[in-house]
Design a protein around this ligand. Structure first.
Ligand code: SF4
Length: 688
């Protein structure tokens, strides 16, 4: 620290909030942030940032930061030294291993952390403890999008770059509150609208900021997107508006797919989704006339019982209309966290090694066994949704959770919290004493992005380096270092001197990242995966072929899964999403006084019609009750929502936390919770 005293420094970093991946210089003096200055050479954002990237950094110096390990004693915690905390972890992990084998333990990494942190976490789980029970929170958001793309085009990533979206003639945005959730990306769309008349179609339950500016805005019934997307696809094929030459050259199973669309007539889709025939024909016409179409989507599509299928239907539509293999076209699932893409890319998944190779593939496993010098488990492990059930069933007793407010952000919070209560031993590693940490046995103090080196992968598959701005606060340490020290307690002999050495190891083992190195990521340099050994990267994901053995994409027939019905009593649908100023449950942004002053808490959006009927006004305090719990929130009356549709931002860890209402119902293909399928009844508690 002494070297840095009284000096003004400039350090390049990458935003720790959303998946856009804005990079910028941060000017500091001692531990004070003087300003954040984006640079033209920043690949995703150029000279833009949003309010969070610009002003959202006070949490780093918050007095609430954890500075020492904590060990539970009865109902309280006491401070401890690292060695004592490690001793306890070593003893408890070994006890569980002896009693129930390695599968009695599980590991959850964080999408806030770096790729290197994610890599060592899954290595600890697999190579040191011996279990594939490892996952990350992309299970809560975009796994269905990844699944839909794997099925159809072979890679689960955005087709091109964020700057490509600007080139599209038509952008379709479905189930995404883009200008609050991915603000700088939304700015690019707004600019393209202005500069070259880009056409925008928005489909959402709620009239969000993008809908205000759209050329066409449609409001389907919740959870029915697959139906209208498939109807538009069928209509276009029936009209001969699809791209037959692209299909002939690059796509398999067209005939089977065409047949599978039989039920999706415009009449049927109108009945189910509420979109009129005219609206669907207008969408089809726009796609037909556009040279290039980009389809953007987020949690409004994925967090449903059929989230993977809807994502598949979107990719099917882009395939039959030839909207792949050119800049300004393709599929863009918008990743939520800064590193939700990277956490999965680097193998924190129960069935995949880094680069999405299967743990059940003997050749791949043999490569890692050789590289790591150990024998590895052969069966796929539990995902984080299954982990909760396994704890309740007594099959999982020890959990190591890193950088995740699991008790609040996992759906059906009461059920999750009661599971965490049952654990024999629970390690939480975080920068704050989170709500979830209250249930821990040991709490380990980690360092946030400003206090470590590493890389993130943003939504466009782009690797970017972050450089250390401050020294770790107190006794806190970078996550990779804590994990390495724990691994070495179990006889591993890891001696990474810095995260660059971890990246070198990944590059040597994982073909998808073969050419990634810190040298190639100096400053604002970046690489988009896959990266060949010679350093050639892939801004456009599909250029001449799709990554299947014959080079052709696969149309994949899907059926519609109706959304969950919670029963007549729960008569209001509670949609949920983000606010611009806060991020997720708000553990970081509520510790930034400037932001919290502006937006101190969440509020429930109520339509004017419903407000009139129920006697709700701005500020009325209500209780919402679902079969799984209840929340207490003040209301705001707004025409952004209509009829019996409510909207509750997810940014709360207290009495307004949405996941006290959500259920354990999940996407049937990925176990991503159906966060968007929740209904509740409303009672007035207090008028303002
Ligand atoms: Fe950029 Fe997202 Fe950070 Fe805002 S939150 S500065 S859009 S990366």
């Amino acid at each position: 620290a002494s070297m840095r005293e009284n000096r003004i420094e400039k350090t390049k970093t990458v935003c720790t909030y959303c998946g856009v991946g804005c990079a910028f210089d941060v000017w500091t003096k001692d531990r004070q942030v003087l300003k954040v200055e984006p640079q033209t050479e920043a690949p995703a954002n150029g000279i833009s940032t949003c309010v969070k990237g610009k002003f959202g950094w006070d949490f780093v110096n918050s007095e609430e930061r954890l500075e020492k390990p904590l060990i539970r004693e009865g109902d309280a915690f006491r401070e401890a030294e690292w060695d004592e905390a490690y001793d306890l972890i070593e003893r408890k992990f070994n006890e569980e291993k002896e009693k129930n084998g390695p599968d009695g333990l599980a590991f959850i990494t964080s999408s806030k952390c770096t790729n290197e942190d994610s890599y060592v976490m899954q290595k600890l789980s697999r190579a040191v403890i011996g279990t594939n029970n490892v996952d990350n929170c992309s299970r809560y958001c975009q796994s269905p999008a990844t699944m839909g793309l794997w099925r159809t085009v072979g890679y689960g990533g955005d087709s091109g770059s964020i700057t490509d979206i600007e080139k599209a003639e038509l952008v379709i945005i479905a189930g995404s509150n883009t200008d609050e959730s991915h603000p700088v990306l939304a700015t690019r769309v707004k600019r393209a609208q202005k500069l070259h008349g880009q056409k925008v179609i928005v489909s959402d339950l709620r009239k969000n900021g993008m809908a205000d500016r759209a050329d066409q805005f449609v409001q389907p019934a919740g959870g029915t997107d697959l139906v209208w997307v498939s109807a538009v696809t069928k209509y276009m094929i029936d009209q001969g508006w699809h791209d037959q030459s692209f299909v002939d050259e690059h796509v398999n199973y067209f005939e089977e797919f065409k047949e599978s669309l039989e039920p999706y007539t415009l009449e049927y889709a109108e009945k189910v989704s509420g979109l009129t025939k005219e609206e669907m024909i207008e969408i089809a016409t726009s796609i037909y006339h556009a040279e290039t179409t980009c389809f953007l989507w987020a949690m409004g599509i994925t967090q449903h019982g059929g989230g993977s299928d809807t994502s598949t239907a979107i990719s099917n539509l882009m395939l039959v209309t030839g909207n792949y293999m050119k800049p300004g076209a393709g599929t863009y699932p918008l990743r939520g966290h800064n590193n939700v893409q990277g956490a999965s890319d680097f193998g924190s998944m129960p069935d995949r090694f880094p680069g999405y190779e299967y743990v059940t593939d003997d050749d791949v496993r043999a490569r890692y066994e050789k590289g790591w010098g150990v024998e590895l488990p052969t069966e796929k492990g539990l995902n984080n949704h299954e982990m909760v059930d396994a704890i309740h069933d007594g099959n999982l007793n020890v959990l190591y959770l890193k950088g995740e407010e699991m008790g609040i952000v996992d759906s059906n919070a009461n059920y999750v919290q009661s599971a965490l209560e049952k654990l024999d031993f629970f390690v939480v590693q975080d920068i704050f004493f989170s709500k979830t940490a209250e249930q821990a046995d040991v709490v380990l103090p980690a360092s946030p992005s400003f206090e470590k080196e590493g890389t993130f992968v943003n939504t466009e598959r782009r690797f970017q380096r972050l450089y250390q701005v401050f020294d770790p606060l107190g006794d806190s340490k970078p996550d990779w270092q804590i994990i390495m020290e724990i691994a070495n307690r179990f006889g591993a002999d890891w001696n990474y001197g810095n995260p660059g050495e971890i990246m070198d190891e990944v590059a040597s083992l994982c073909p998808m990242f073969a050419g990634v190195s810190y040298d190639r990521l100096e400053g604002y340099d970046s690489l988009q995966w896959p990266v060949a050994e010679d350093g050639t990267d892939t801004p456009l994901l599909f250029e001449k072929e799709f990554p299947f053995p014959d080079g052709k994409a696969r149309l994949y027939p899907v059926d519609w899964t109706p959304p969950l019905d919670m029963g007549e009593e729960y008569d209001l649908h509670v949609n949920n999403g983000r606010l611009l100023e806060h991020f997720h449950e708000g553990n970081l942004t509520y510790k930034v006084p400037g932001i919290t002053k502006k937006t101190p808490s969440v509020f429930l959006e109520v339509s004017p019609e419903l407000a009139e009927e129920r006697g709700v006004e701005d500020g009325t305090l209500v209780r919402l009750t679902s079969p799984h719990g209840h929340v207490k929130v003040p209301c705001v009356v707004t025409d952004r929502v209509k009829g019996k549709e409510l909207y509750l931002p997810m940014n709360d860890t207290g009495e307004g936390a949405i996941n006290y209402l959500t259920s354990s119902h999940a996407d049937k293909d990925t176990d991503t919770p159906a966060y968007k399928e929740v209904s509740a009844k409303m009672e007035i508690l207090e008028q303002k």
